[in-house]
Write a protein that binds this ligand. Structure first.
Ligand code: ZN
Length: 487
């Protein structure tokens, strides 16, 4: 048995002003063959799962490149083609292989390629032929296209949002692919297209119970795997939308019926699928009405993990109106301000302009005399089993507010963003994180309450108001008519 594994991933917000080039991949995560670390990343957990199975089962594992760019705007054509061809050349050299496993994201868009993953998988299939088993792990915030499904045998997305289960899903993918190659099972994928943009989170209801229930349905009655594709609304491509994918052991009718019934459940969540999202002023007032602290405010739409800058200042301006409220905010992306703080040094006071640089949707910059309370050459924080670098960073104090400034864009996955710079969150009334949902596992244990905030941008937040030109119509909430499309 010969198994090939590779990973090429980012999530492209086609409305983001930040272009994605090869350096964006190399700066974030780039491991050439044999150099993948023993810790998984979000989209390369397939490497760790494949290594474990290779050691246990004794098959030959051939590793290709693994790379990831922090979500941002359109990927340059030569960047995508270069990385794609690098992996396809590795696959060509590895062939013949019995199994190919890809760790992808599913929402990469490049100049000239609206469906990068479909393109990569179709080209891979052309190299290896119809008999090799192709397995793909995707993020549920993907655009599941027909080309992706047609070019592969097994597609599995993470179930959890926040994504706490990427390694678990990778292990499942390996298991199903290996059993397929040994002809123990015949996976058949059934996809139901909900004709809706209906993403939700699973750290609270109603998403939580649905995920618990679909996990209980797997592994019996011919159901091998169930994936709910939430979709990624911040992209103007044809395949945006929510879909349900059920893999059965040779029972497509059963798979379709189950996918349709689960799709109906997701649509029935309606407006309850996401928590209420007050404005910055309302959110601060709500937090102040809660006794004790800290209350964690998630700046949901300025989440670098969704492709935006992470430099918006709306929450800072709001907090500066409450000079008596002890607060902390992070991580705000501002490499220029970080370099100024490093030059001034810890303990220095300086007049600093920070935040609000990338686009009008980032809000006005903040100007003030700040104290640099700490600096670090590399701010590294955990996210589940992986480690994420926010690069050189600094902590500054302005009034009663501490702000963590980072030089690399990454969302605020963990309280170590603050702790590693000496900020004790337990003494704060309000903690603002730049994250849509992945902060939750790390921050929930110390939070008195969690409030999701709508600062109005820059993600863009409301799908009904996004100026799509390519999305397949009709689709909810853009159009009133919507019906299931059973594949
Ligand atoms: Zn995601």
């Amino acid at each position: 048995m010969r198994v090939f594994v590779a990973s090429l991933a980012t999530e492209t917000n086609t409305f983001s002003p930040i272009p994605t080039d090869r350096r964006a991949f190399e700066d974030a995560f780039y491991a050439p063959p044999g150099h993948h670390p023993e810790t998984p990343t979000l989209c390369s957990a397939t490497f760790i799962a494949a290594r474990r199975r290779a050691r246990a089962d004794g098959f030959t594992l051939i590793e290709g490149t693994a790379t990831w760019a922090e979500p941002a705007g359109l990927v340059g054509r030569s960047t995508y083609e270069g990385l794609r061809n690098e992996i396809l050349d590795q696959l060509r050299a590895a062939a013949p292989v019995d199994v190919v496993v890809f760790g992808l994201h599913g929402a990469m868009v490049a100049d000239g390629y609206d469906d990068c993953e479909g393109d990569l998988l179709a080209r891979a299939r052309a190299i290896i032929g119809p008999d090799t088993v192709v397995g793909v792990e995707l993020d549920p915030h993907c655009h599941l296209s027909d080309l992706m499904v047609d070019s592969s045998n097994v597609v599995i997305t993470f179930k959890e949002v926040p994504h706490t289960d990427f390694l678990e899903r990778a292990e499942e993918l390996l298991d199903i692919c290996l059993r397929t190659a040994r002809r123990e099972i015949t996976p058949v994928m059934s996809v139901v297209d909900c004709r809706a943009i209906a993403n939700f989170i699973t750290s609270r209801e109603p998403g939580r119970s649905l995920v618990d229930r679909i996990k209980a349905l797997e592994g019996r009655d011919a159901v091998l795997s169930i994936s709910i594709i939430h979709g990624f609304p911040a992209a103007d491509v044809y395949d945006v939308g929510t879909k349900v994918l059920v893999i059965t052991d040779g029972a497509p009718e059963k798979g379709r019926a189950l996918a349709a019934s689960l799709g109906r459940e997701v649509l029935a969540f309606g407006k309850n699928r996401l928590p209420p999202m007050p404005t910055p002023a309302q959110a601060v007032a709500e937090a102040l009405a809660i006794s004790g602290g800290p209350v964690v405010l998630a700046d949901r739409w300025d989440n670098p993990g969704g492709g935006v800058a992470g430099d918006s200042t709306f929450m800072i301006h709001e907090l500066l109106k409450h000079g008596d409220v002890s607060a902390a905010l992070g991580a705000l992306w501002d490499p220029v301000a970080v370099s100024f703080c490093h030059a001034a040094g810890a303990g220095a006071k300086l007049a600093l302009r920070f935040g609000g640089k990338v686009a009008p949707s980032s809000g006005p910059p903040v100007d003030g005399v700040v104290e640099v309370t700490a600096v670090t050459r590399d701010l590294i924080v955990p996210f589940e089993q992986s480690l994420v670098s926010l690069g050189a960073a600094a902590a500054i104090r302005i009034g009663a507010l501490d702000v963590v400034l980072s030089s690399k864009r990454a969302q605020t996955f963990h309280p170590d963003v603050f702790r590693n710079l000496g900020i004790d969150l337990t003494t704060r009334k309000i903690v603002v994180v730049k994250s849509a949902s992945h902060f939750h596992a790390g921050f929930a244990p110390l939070a008195k309450a969690v409030i999701y905030v709508n600062c109005g941008g820059p993600y863009p937040p409301d799908p009904a108001k996004i100026p799509y030109t390519k999305i397949r119509r009709p689709i909810l909430p853009l159009d009133e008519i919507a019906e299931f499309q059973v594949r």
